[in-house]
Design a binder for this molecule. Structure first.
Ligand code: DO4
Ligand code: MG
Length: 278
């Protein structure tokens, strides 16, 4: 089942049928260990609406309100290689090599709702950064008790030049206005996605494809549960949270995003997250 946040409330999609909930508080609705059962019950008791798809098209929002977004780093071999390459002049490469092997994963604070956009909106690149990439990441939707209740798509927009200059600049490379995108929906399921689930990214410039890449969840070194258990060790999340699980797609060093580029990230069965660069 898919859960959309729209301007007038919440829409549940199941088998091409759409159910509208107009008077629900997103935070209360989201933070429910039994969200799957709750959605099932609503779709059995309520009548579907006819114009669900057009409401989603015109009113879609990022599926977040008071949840924090955290992110994982160097969870794919390709990310380790990319980080080592960008930090080769700063001597930071060994930190990435160690964290890839270490028991404790790299986890960092990424954004709140005010710095996050939804599908169809604009992500930003920093004015003081010359080397910028999107990072397409499977993103976990987690309740306050630490239960993974669903999955969405996250774009961890990143400045490679700032992080490459010095790994201690990570918060500036990762967190700024318009640095994160989430959506288009939360895929609520009781069964985790298959290991062969693909993450695909295409970037268009003037309607031409300028980048295309894919990976699969099989390439991820850590499990979602392992990442969540470290995140929840000493942090509480009264509204639940989102955790980006790291990127396995790293464009070659010559590539940098430009304004007006269009980024499409697809993870089926969640859908496609589309953003333009501002
Ligand atoms: O170590 C820096 C962050 C890496 C990251 O965001 C990723 O691997 O996705
Ligand atoms: Mg990332």
């Amino acid at each position: 089942m898919k859960l959309y946040r729209v301007k007038r409330g919440i829409i549940i999609e199941i088998k091409n049928k759409f159910y509208l909930l107009e008077n629900e508080n997103w935070d209360d609705f989201f933070d429910d260990d039994y969200l799957f059962n709750k959605l099932q019950k609503i779709t059995l008791e309520q009548e579907p609406i006819e114009n669900g798809m057009s409401i989603i098209e015109t009113e879609i929002m990022a599926p977040i309100k008071n949840q924090e977004i955290w992110a994982s780093g160097v969870t794919y071999f390709n990310s380790k290689l990319g980080r080592q390459e960008e930090s080769k002049n700063s001597g930071g490469g060994q930190f990435y090599a160690h964290v890839y092997e270490a028991e404790r994963p790299e986890l960092f604070f990424k954004a709140t709702a005010s710095r996050t956009v939804g599908s169809g909106e604009e992500v930003r690149i920093r004015k003081d950064s010359e080397w910028n990439v999107p990072e397409p990441e499977l993103t976990l939707a987690i309740t306050s008790s630490g239960k993974i209740i669903g999955y969405t798509i996250g774009n961890d927009m990143s400045s490679r030049s700032i992080e490459g200059e010095n790994p201690l600049y990570l918060p500036q490379a990762k967190t700024y206005d318009g640095c994160a995108s989430l959506g288009p929906c939360i895929y609520v399921t009781e069964t985790p996605p298959e290991k062969d689930t693909k993450i695909e990214m295409v970037i268009y410039r003037d309607r031409e494809k300028v980048f295309e890449g894919e990976t699969s969840l099989r390439q991820m070194k850590r499990t979602p549960e392992e990442l969540v258990s470290f995140l929840y060790r000493e942090c509480s999340f009264p509204f639940g949270c989102f955790l980006m699980t790291g990127t396995g797609i790293v464009p070659s060093s010559e590539f940098t995003l430009k304004q007006e580029d269009e980024i499409h990230i697809t993870i089926n069965p969640i859908g496609t997250l589309k953003n333009t660069v501002k």
